[in-house]
Design a protein around this ligand. Structure first.
Ligand code: ATP
Ligand code: MG
Length: 736
């Protein structure tokens, strides 16, 4: 293969970067300017032209998927296997090093990796062993402390003590936790990085070996590298290797996880004679999309300064949709996706639906399932498979049926309430002997008083909690039941104590479960799912909801190979591109997120996130917000995101709803009311915006109508039951 195939698809600046002889190369450039392309072509150039062995190349990517893509792209150029090359995320590379040198790293050969949940459980055990009161000292707080310190490269001995007793306690638990990990030969995620760094730092022979081996280190998405990762790169490159990093300060979105954008500045200080290349031509997006994204990011201060341009056509304007509520938003998005397939025959995988918070995926999932459109939720689990949702469902199941053993097992000591493994073993044993449920066995144990007083009290308290909750929710509506249980069980409080983005996401998901209960309509959901209407009739709404959740967890999500719509958070979409992108939920409080709105640094990070999201779009970009949204357990009137106001009006076209909707005064005054465009005539008495009442769904507002005579249907947004289409002649609707 000749080198022209490597250089031809590049512009002059890209070519300069790919062929630069410099020992340290920094490509600082905006979104879609070809940074990842440069990195890939540079590796091909090194191998093909400079005769560098793939064995000497170490490339760091942001995801494992990106690593696979990079490798196969390079193989296309060099026409041979690059198996000896190391390509992967920092975690994957650190893991590989530790596996190969477990002895030098002081680990057992079969060391085990703790995921975040395992880590938390271990910390909890440590906290208990130290006899700390968990209500005062939540394990999550220690987890946050430990991981942040490890990301900064600090062992307990490196942390200054001071007089603060809380700080001293943190260090104390960090020390004890680390000892526990060493004893059982386990390694958490942050430890992988820290330990790989220490392995090379403290082992001269190994360091010399790897410096010699990896003469060429390349890093993508350099703006999101944290302290220990950067230290690792510096150490490995030393004074003899070459290093190439590519990044964009405007896309730094992991500050909350310890990423340090200052590393870009430090890079030019730490390495001598850095060759900096800037790329300013964007190849991804149309002129309008790029102009809009540039306008948004221009509001951030302290940027390293980039002016992206494109020679692409202006393209369509961006489309903005003001949805009536979150269901209407999802409905709109899915309709547009359908329309796009029909018109272009494109692939589903070319459409991405982006949102700020994981909990937002639920409504989109629901509408996609109803439309039988395969989808995949990336970088996260589907709603009903998320841990906190499973916890809440286990409580609800246990209330429905005290003898549900798996649910009992899941929540008996979660959140922790002093029921230890030994006690549970006794419960299980008795259940086996008596051939009864765990619930019944626990009752027997409590009655027989054969256990220690403390244990009996703890067990009894749990039994009482469940029976009390079961009584308390009897007269409540489904959503109130869910709400009552997530509060009463202590789940909300528990997850509230979990620091950082993850804890917030979990609480949001739990609150979204309450919303799910509010919009739940058994008949519709269960049609075609093996339920007979009579079955449903006899079941409590909670029981039907639980069966629905169980089924939902097992379907909908497309198979790996299937062409499907991509759903993901704005964080996990980094580095990717799609012809059609929807950025949803653009309301102040949701995006920018509530927590960041009054904090200038936080707000700038949210704005960068907005920039990342918008610049994923190649041809069509839709933005949407909901005028009303049930969020965080409340009904909110949505104020359009401040980021929307930062986009020049001439670049945006507001999509009109198909028909005029009369909106509440407070809302309609904020936006122009579109003109009526309905082909059908409103059925007599059923005007848009009219308040109606339905015997089962309660009160709602008419949003839309279609058809005439016996086929006339209206779309009603019910306060409790969400949006529904109803045939007027059957629906028994009353105008109020
Ligand atoms: P991000 O900041 O989002 O990670 P990036 O700077 O890494 O973006 P790439 O993903 O490498 O950008 O490139 C963006 C798109 O532009 C890709 O589809 C890529 O194939 C295309 N592209 C890059 N350079 C050129 C070029 N010289 N000619 C044609 N297309 C190009
Ligand atoms: Mg990239």
């Amino acid at each position: 293969m000749d080198v022209t195939s490597i250089l031809d698809p590049l512009n002059d600046e890209q070519r300069t970067a790919v062929t630069a002889e410099a020992r340290a190369l920094l490509v600082l450039a905006g979104a879609g300017s070809g940074k990842t392309r440069v990195l890939t072509h540079r590796i091909a150039w090194l191998i093909q032209v400079q005769n560098v062995s793939p064995y000497s190349v170490l490339a760091v990517t942001f995801t494992n998927k990106a690593a696979d893509e990079m490798r196969s792209r390079i193989e296309e150029f060099v026409g041979s296997s690059t198996g000896a090359m190391w390509v992967g995320t920092f975690h994957a590379i650190a893991h590989r090093l530790l596996r190969q040198h477990w002895r030098e790293a002081g680990l057992p050969q079969s060391f085990h990796i703790l995921d975040s949940e395992d880590q938390l459980r271990t910390i909890r055990r440590v906290v208990k062993a130290l006899e700390l009161d968990e209500t005062r000292w939540p394990a999550k707080r220690f987890q946050w402390f430990i991981n942040t310190r490890k990301d900064e490269g600090q062992r307990p001995a490196h942390i200054a003590g001071g007089n603060d007793p809380i700080h001293a306690q943190m260090i104390h638990v960090y020390t004890a936790y680390q000892e526990a990990c060493e004893r059982s030969g386990v390694v958490d995620f942050a430890e992988l990085l820290l330990r790989a760094h220490e392995l090379l730092r403290d082992n001269e022979r190994l360091l010399a070996h790897y410096r010699d081996r990896f003469g060429h280190v390349l890093v993508d998405e350099f703006q999101d590298i944290n302290t220990i990762q950067y230290a690792f790169v510096r150490l490995l490159v030393g004074t003899s290797g070459t290093v190439c990093v590519v990044g964009d300060d405007d896309q730094s979105i992991y500050g909350w996880r310890g990423a340090r954008v200052e590393n870009i500045r430090r890079f030019t200080e730490h390495f001598p004679n850095v060759c900096t290349v800037r790329l300013d031509r964007n190849y991804r997006s149309t002129g309008n999309i790029l102009a809009a994204a540039n306008a948004v990011i221009a509001n951030n201060g302290d940027r390293m300064g980039k002016n992206l341009w494109t020679s692409d056509e202006e393209g369509d304007p961006l489309r903005l949709y003001a949805a009536y509520n979150e269901h209407d938003e999802a409905q709109f998005v899915v309709e547009r996706i359908r329309q796009w397939f029909d018109e272009t025959g494109g692939k589903r995988a070319d459409c991405a639906v982006l949102y700020r918070s994981n909990a937002q995926s639920r409504v989109f999932e629901e509408v996609l399932i109803n439309h039988k459109i395969p989808y995949r939720v990336y970088g996260g689990l589907r709603f009903f498979e998320r841990q906190e949702i499973k916890d809440a469902l286990a409580y609800l199941r246990l209330l429905e049926n005290h003898n549900d053993d798996p649910s009992f097992d899941r929540v008996v000591n979660f959140p922790t309430r002093g029921i230890g493994a030994r006690t549970l073993e006794q419960v299980r044993q008795l259940a086996r002997e008596e051939n009864c449920s765990l619930w019944q066995a626990s009752k027997m144990l409590v009655q027989q008083k054969k256990l220690a007083v403390r244990t009996i009290t703890a067990l009894e308290k749990f039994l009482l909690l469940i029976s009390d909750l079961a009584v308390a929710i009897k007269s409540l509506s489904l959503c109130e039941q869910i709400d009552h249980v997530i509060q009463g069980s202590g789940l909300i409080e528990h997850y509230n104590a979990e620091k950082g983005e993850r804890g917030v996401a979990r609480v949001e998901n739990l609150e979204e479960l309450v919303n799910a209960g509010r919009g739940f309509e058994p008949d519709l959901v269960n049609a075609g799912r093996g339920f007979e209407p009579d079955d449903v009739e006899d079941m409590s709404p909670l029981a039907v909801f639980l069966s629905h959740a169980a089924l939902e967890a097992g379907e909908g999500q497309a198979e790996e190979w299937e062409d499907c719509v991509q759903l993901m958070t704005m964080h996990s979409v980094k580095g990717l591109e799609f012809p059609l992108v929807f950025v949803c939920g653009m309301e102040d409080g949701l995006f920018p997120h509530q927590r960041s709105m009054n904090d200038p640094t936080g707000l700038e990070e949210e704005r960068r996130l907005c920039y990342v999201a918008m610049t994923r779009a190649m041809r069509h970009l839709y933005l949407s917000y909901a005028e009303r949204r049930r969020m965080f357990g409340n009904d909110n009137i949505g104020v359009p995101s401040r980021f929307l106001r930062e986009i020049p009006a001439e670049l945006v076209h507001e999509v009109r709803p198909r028909v005029q909707i009369s909106r509440p005064v407070s809302v309609s005054s904020r936006r122009s009311v579109p003109s009526a465009a309905a082909a059908d005539v409103a059925p007599p008495g059923f005007k848009l915006g009219a308040q109606v009442s339905h015997p089962r769904f309660g009160e709602g507002v008419i949003l839309n109508y279609e058809g005439a005579g016996a086929q006339a249907r209206v779309q009603v947004n019910f306060e409790r039951a969400g949006t529904k289409w109803l045939v007027i002649s059957y629906a028994n609707l009353e105008v109020i």
